[in-house]
Design a protein around this ligand. Structure first.
Ligand SMILES: *Cc1c(COP(=O)(O)O)cnc(C)c1O
Length: 230
């Protein structure tokens, strides 16, 4: 079942790429496995998944310990500073950086472990009160400050679009994130590239791909509905 769903998502990505003449190899499918048991991740791994997204530190660490070492773990959820030390040498990229203080902690831990951590800046393009992320207007100034830190490299932007009935409703937000990335790239800030755009989830990844996503974060579309229990 997971294998079939993944194939379906890959086909949808390829078809969205064809619509705008993009090369599907530019789009990384991040399988969002939060709340799902290791057996489900193993199934996705067997079907070719190597990029997995988690939003809780403890869950990510536990799964990373058990599963194959060639998996790239993506931290996609809100990250508390005191937990950075647990994931710094386990994650491939952190998608959800939205403050200087968090970036400073990532920098400190990265230097301690002699590594360079790739991060994305989370932007709340739709300005939803319930969501983390900086505003479009705040992004450049935060990026300029983070760019000065050692052990950290800004690779692009991330956004979580609103939950909508029709994915077309989110196209404008994805286009806005892309435009912001183009604007920032144009400023040629040292230690900053805008090569990655993490945007699009189960409900809207096709539109996100059409607007330039390089990472789509798909959970339900691969693993089925999440059961958060009682
Ligand atoms: C849970 C989650 C997703 C995946 O959501 P689906 O709608 O199940 O695809 C993507 N991004 C973030 C940040 C998430 O927390």
């Amino acid at each position: 079942m997971i294998k079939e769903r993944m194939e379906e998502v890959r086909e949808q990505i390829a078809s969205a790429c064809r619509n705008v003449q993009r090369d599907p190899s530019e789009v990384i499918l991040v399988a969002v496995s939060k709340t799902k048991p290791v057996s489900a991740l193993e199934e996705a791994y067997q079907a070719g998944a190597r990029d997995f997204g988690e939003n809780k530190v403890q869950e990510l660490v536990e799964k990373a310990e058990i599963l194959p070492k060639d998996i790239r773990w993506h931290m996609i959820g809100h990250l508390q500073r005191n937990k950075v030390k647990y994931i710094i040498d386990k994650v491939w990229m952190i998608h959800s950086v939205d403050s200087l203080r968090l970036a400073e902690e990532i920098s400190r831990e990265a230097v301690k472990h002699q590594l360079c951590m790739g991060i994305l800046i989370e932007v709340n393009v739709a300005q939803e009160a319930s969501k983390f992320g900086v505003t479009v207007d705040e992004a450049e100034s935060l990026i300029r400050q983070i760019a000065l830190l050692p052990g950290i490299r800004i690779l692009g932007l991330m956004t979580i679009a609103p939950f909508v009935e029709y994915e077309e409703e989110n196209r404008k937000f994805f286009a806005q994130l892309k435009q912001l990335a183009v604007d920032i790239e144009g400023k040629n800030i040292d230690n900053v590239t805008m090569k990655y755009l993490s945007m699009g989830m189960t409900g809207d990844y096709r539109v996100a791909v059409e607007e330039g996503a390089t990472h789509v974060r798909v959970g339900t579309g691969i693993f089925g509905e999440r059961d958060y229990g009682a």
